[in-house]
Design a protein around this ligand. Sequence first.
Ligand code: NAD
Length: 445
Amino acid sequence: MKKSSSENLDPIDISEQQFDRAVCFIKEIKKGLIPFLKKPKRIQIINFPIEMDDGSVQSIQAYRVIHNKVFGPGKGGIRYHPDVTMEEVVALAKLMTWKCALVNIPFGGAKGGVICNPKTLSESELRRITRRFTSELADNIGPHTDIPAPDLYTNEQTMAWIFDTYDILHPGENNRPVVTGKPVEMGGSYGRHEATGNGVYHITERFLSRALIPLQQSVAGARIVIQGFGNVGSVAAQAFFENGAKVIAVSDSQGGVFNAGGLDLEKLQTFKMEHGTVVGMPDTLTITNEEILELECDILIPAALSNQIHAENADRIKAKLVVEAANCPTTPQADEILADRGIYLLPDIIVNAGGVTVSYFEWVQNQANQQWDIDEVNARLKKRLYSVMDNVFDRWQKFVVGEETPADKEIMEKLNGQKPDFRSMALSIAIERVSKATLMRGIWP
Ligand code: NAD
């Protein structure tokens, strides 16, 4: 991926830039709280050895970060990827705090990452890494302390291993709520696997219904491009297709495929299962992961890695709407370029919140030893996400028409000329909630 050499891509700096901008849209915030809200509560750096299948030994480095626990136990996925860094995990933990607060669920923000390449590891090596990491985390995770979930290159199987390891170390307790995204047979929630991708569709549909984009008040008929065809991207593709949209291009780590008439998603899924990639699918043109972002389309959905839309390519994006299914796919400079070009962007904090919402439903079901049916889960998810999108949209509208303005003159000056955007609106709602709750709890001692 070609990125601007002058652009600062440090994930913590990016999250701070987004935070500082969002704070401009908050009427009152106790200034002394700001560093507390920005910094993580705890960072664990864990090193451990793993015996590989061939008898050799590999050293693994992993992280678990808790950013904030004002609303409840930490909540956040664990990713397995060779490019994981501590800074990335910290930034993602912060995003989880704001996401949980925005969706109004009683969790704080956390995230985990293991530096490894799952593509070159066998299933038994992955199991050993997962069990050792879980045992090293010990009592820092737990149903009421910190609750992991799947993320990039982790899945139901990974969650089953985490649960099993924790359960063996904590006998005699109901340990199911220690982790979400489990297989349904082991206390996972119906609809969790599809929740993030379906949520991407719900948020987009609700946003379009507010008629901000001319001639596009629903996804029906829209041309959709999706970068990333994993859990989130493939489920979202199906949801958009079932609701009348045309998915014209998708990609995975090896490249992308394009068909202007629309891709046959069923055949594409089968092809990906058989060949490990979408590339080479009959009746499609092969494109790169850079080219896919620049295709002529109505809605562009980055659903893979961070920093995909950046200062170098933002002026070549042709979509009318960017919907961030992945975490952090757009840099702050790209945000500004897109806004200047009149391209709306729905941010990760809203768009992929369906995952943590159904994770919360799973946790609630596990506490009560219940299992809701799929219709109940889906109805609750849609209702909650619609209300989140409405909240954010209403706040945005109030700032646009001038009904809402920050009270602080200094902040007004800082904002001079800057238009409200949906990322800052969503973040400002969340930051306001967490800062108010911090003060309501009363600062101890
Ligand atoms: P996944 O591992 O199931 O899929 C990732 C996809 O990205 C795969 O198709 C992979 O081939 C593709 N990919 C990898 N490198 C790429 C590259 N360089 N260019 C293009 N594609 C590439 O992961 P997922 O669960 O679908 O997560 C995707 C994104 O959504 C991540 O940013 C994750 O943090 C975010 N997210 C996921 C969830 C969830 O519930 N799974 C929830 C919230 C946010």
